[in-house]
Design a binder for this molecule. Structure first.
Ligand SMILES: Cc1cc2nc3c(=O)[nH]c(=O)nc-3n(C[C@H](O)[C@H](O)[C@H](O)COP(=O)(O)OP(=O)(O)OC[C@H]3O[C@@H](n4cnc5c(N)ncnc54)[C@H](O)[C@@H]3O)c2cc1C
Length: 779
């Protein structure tokens, strides 16, 4: 026994010497490991690398590393509007909403009305991200997001028209990479709407794999403005390009070649971005697509051998070939704002209008929002709307802190659009046929129709979930993986070994720490896991649970990378589940941050509880799914024992919580107002949402009289009266003298508004033949 003890001690000392002394460790362990890594790391193209390495890491990095510092999260400043931005929301945005009628746009005219176009140009909506020094509004990312959110509560055509010039496109690219001449010329004209921009990347052959675009330019000499000039002949065929049919300035991405060496020795220069006036000879625009009847301008653009000077390249000739890197670097800011805002807006409006409708509309003598089945749907609507809003606000705030959060922007784009889809779907179920029959009285059918647009654009959602969130997260958020990858690619052997040695052994220490932490939290159910120092008694346990999930996630992701190596990239179902865990932690932290930033509003607690419990449960489902499908069954068993020592700990939100949320959505109150703030709410009953608002107030005002009406009905007084039916009861009771004039007036007002709310539109028999050609379309 004593001998064994000595042998073990000797091995430990030897191990410590080998691991602890770099001069021994590097040649003995690190060098062979570096060689192995070189063989197993997946091959990566330059474009893939640019995409993976673009942007910055923010709060999602803390969650990835297994030990989130909650004080750091809560110390991020609450995003706020300046007075000027608030005034813009209350006046210009309100007015822009008032100028459009979504039914007119989507069914009759196929475009925004000319007054709305003129107004958004004049008031600078198209230049929100352009600094004041160039004539733009110079709004913060948060203000930009607020504007987009409110516009989306009114009309997606309006919202998308404003969204695109403020997202990744000519203005954003010029601001970062434009020459002074380009900035001075174009930015003021973009800011005041003199120029309408579009940005064309997607081609019929390259959608998600946008770096594969076949569109090309060849450097050559040609004639420009009467003189010989160095330029390029560009050929392109693009589709789905928003604003292309009406744009005056076309941003164009293509691959540039220099076969004759006119610019240097490089023949394949790479993806290049240029700005081309749409009236430049050879540029074809004007034809339209009809994206699910949203009726914002969208269409193809083509050009064949179009000569343009090199000065058209954004940033001038020196930026030739830098297009992909430019696009990737700028992608995160727009992706953090555009779709998250527009979809949070849709969710917000659905929560407001469907909640009101569910209180106004009765069946079986009961408001439909009081049936338990409908309450479940309302609970989901409220919970998802709360978390969607929290995530888009927190992420816009990150952009204002100077971040370009590439992973968080993917998370928020994917999850807010998915949550909005769930909200709108549930909303459609709650309002029944009212949502199905299209017409001016339908406030939700178009949103239902158009919700897949947000799912598809700016990184289609399946790809974003499967490839981007964890794929990019593993490289960017992990404290050591990027350093290891960079070391593996390092050309200098000495530096490669030095960098790899530092990263790899740091990684090993990190994994050991996570094994111990995840096992400890699994065993103790996270009771002693990290929480913020100034913790609220209602929410403290959520932070501890999230700390536990974070340590489990860090362990699972490292083990997945270790065991699956390069094949994890192809095993999308596994990496997507890891991405789901990261995403749910991000969403739950956004909800907790929202609760703190809004001053711990106790009325909002049902929404917060629902949002965090739902997120924890989804994270758990993802981890469970990962372990169930993990190819190495032994490792899966050990990992399950570590992270779920006592079984699966989290449960879905319970029914009582759901009922509280349903109440909150169906009755006026501060929590409902906070959840649905800055919705465009027309004051008139001629507008469907305005009618719901008025009808809800009238329904509540009539509650006392309604109770009396029920008693009258039960008493049998009106037994033989044919008017004593669901529609005419008020009339019957009043005629029988059972209601006072005041009670009658209150009930009549309620009935009239309720009738307006439940009404659906009908049309002349031949209405569709009159519209058989899509508005403005060619067949
Ligand atoms: C209304 C609208 C507006 C648009 N505006 C613009 C614009 O202004 N400018 C512009 O350049 N482009 C624009 N686009 C293009 C948009 O970005 C693309 O539609 C998008 O990139 C997806 O390409 P695709 O439609 O060809 O789908 P595909 O690439 O054919 O993808 C089909 C499906 O496969 C999935 N998929 C693809 N690759 C993977 C993978 N590796 N792993 C898992 N799943 C994968 C996708 O998620 C998707 O579900 C717009 C599109 C639409 C519909």
């Amino acid at each position: 026994m004593q001998v064994i003890g000595w042998i073990v001690l000797l091995l430990v000392v030897l191990g410590a010497v080998v691991l602890g002394i770099p001069a021994i460790r590097k040649p003995l362990l690190s060098r062979p490991l570096l060689g192995k890594f070189r063989r197993i790391l997946p091959q990566m193209s330059d474009t893939e690398r640019d995409a993976l390495e673009a942007g910055t890491v923010w709060w999602e990095g803390e969650l990835f590393r297994g030990r989130p510092d909650w004080d750091k999260l809560l110390a991020f400043p609450k995003p706020q509007l300046t007075q000027e931005e608030r005034a813009f929301m209350d006046h210009q945005v309100e007015q822009a909403c008032a100028l459009v009628d979504d039914w007119e746009i989507t069914h009759r005219t196929g475009d925004l009305p000319p007054e709305a176009w003129a107004y958004i140009k004049k008031e600078g909506f198209l230049g929100m991200i352009i600094p004041k020094s160039f004539g733009g509004l110079g709004f913060s990312a948060y203000a930009h997001s607020e504007v987009m959110t409110k516009l989306s509560t009114r009309s997606s055509a309006l919202a998308v028209t404003v969204m695109v010039p403020n997202s990744l496109g000519p203005a954003e690219l010029l601001l970062h990479y434009g020459t002074d001449d380009q900035k001075n010329h174009y930015l003021p004209r973009l800011a005041n709407g003199e120029e309408i921009p579009a940005f064309a990347l997607t081609s019929p052959w390259a959608g998600s794999d946008a770096a594969a675009i076949p569109d090309y330019g060849v450097v050559c000499r040609g004639e420009w403005q009467g003189r010989e000039a160095l330029g390029m002949r560009v050929t392109w065929d693009k589709r789905y390009i928003t604003l292309a049919p009406v744009c005056t300035l076309l941003g164009l991405a293509f691959r540039l070649y220099d076969p004759d060496g006119l610019l240097g020795s490089q023949k394949d220069i790479g993806i290049t971005c240029a700005l081309v006036p749409s009236d430049h000879p050879g540029v074809e625009t004007g034809r339209r697509h009809f994206p699910l009847n949203a009726m914002f301008m969208n269409g193809p653009t083509r050009g064949h051998d179009v000569f343009m000077p090199l000065d058209f390249i954004i940033g001038g000739p020196k930026m030739a070939g830098q297009g992909w890197r430019m696009l990737m670097e700028c992608l995160a800011a727009g992706r953090s704002i555009s779709l998250p805002s527009s979809n949070a807006g849709m969710a917000r409006m659905t929560a407001r209008a469907v909640g009101g409708y569910a209180r106004v509309r009765s069946q079986f003598g009961v408001p439909v929002g009081r049936f338990e089945g409908v309450e479940e749907a309302l609970a989901r609507i409220g919970g998802h709307a709360y978390v969607a809003e929290a995530a888009r606000t927190m992420t816009a705030g990150a952009v204002d802190l100077g971040e370009k959060p590439s992973v968080a922007s993917g998370i928020v784009k994917y999850h807010v659009t998915e949550r909005a889809r769930l909200v709108v779907n549930d909303g459609m179920d709650v309002i029944g046929g009212k949502g199905i029959c299209l017409g001016p009285s339908n406030f939700l059918g178009r949103a239902y129709q158009q919700i897949p647009i947000g799912i598809t654009v700016e990184g289609a959602n399946i790809l974003t979930r499967s490839l981007i969130i964890f794929g990019q997260g593993a490289t960017r958020c992990h404290p050591y993986v990027l350093a290891e990858m960079q070391a593996v690619r390092e050309p200098s052997p000495q530096k490669a070994l030095h960098d790899f040695d530092a990263a790899f052994w740091g990684h090993v220490r990190f994994v050991i720490g996570n094994v111990l932490r995840a096992g400890w939290h699994g065993l103790t159910a996270g009771r002693w896991a990290a929480q913020p120092s100034n913790v609220d008694v209602a929410t403290g346990h959520y932070y501890r649970k999230l700390s536990r999930v974070s340590s489990a996630f860090a362990l699972l992701s490292d083990m997945s990378m270790l065991i699956l190596g390069g094949s994890l990239k192809r095993r999308e179902s596994l990496s997507a589940r890891l991405g789901d865990v990261l995403s749910q932690m991000y969403l739950a932290s956004a909800a907790l941050k929202r609760y703190e930033d809004e001053g711990r509003q106790s009325d909002d607690l049902p929404l917060l509880h629902w949002a965090v419990q739902d997120a924890l449960c989804r994270a758990q489902t993802a981890m469970d799914g990962l372990l169930r499908n993990f190819p190495n069954r032994l490792a899966a068993g050990v990992l399950r024992r570590l992270v779920f020592f006592w079984g699966l700990p989290f449960a879905v939100p319970d029914d009582r919580l759901g009922q509280k949320i349903a109440r909150l959505l169906t009755e006026p109150g501060s929590a409902r107002d906070r959840l649905t703030r800055d919705c465009y709410l027309p004051a008139s009953a001629d507008e469907p949402v305005g009618a719901i608002e008025l009808a809800l107030a009238a329904t509540l005002a009539a509650e006392g009289a309604q109770a009396k009406l029920r008693q009258i009905d039960k008493s049998g007084l009106l037994a033989d009266n044919p008017l004593a039916n669901v529609r005419d009861m008020t009339e019957a009771a009043h005629a029988a003298g059972a209601l006072t004039d005041d009670e009658y007036a209150v009930l009549r007002r309620r009935d009239t508004l309720r009738d307006t709310v439940v009404r659906v539109d009908d049309f002349p028999f031949d209405v569709l033949s009159a519209n058989s050609t899509p508005p403005g379309g060619q067949t």
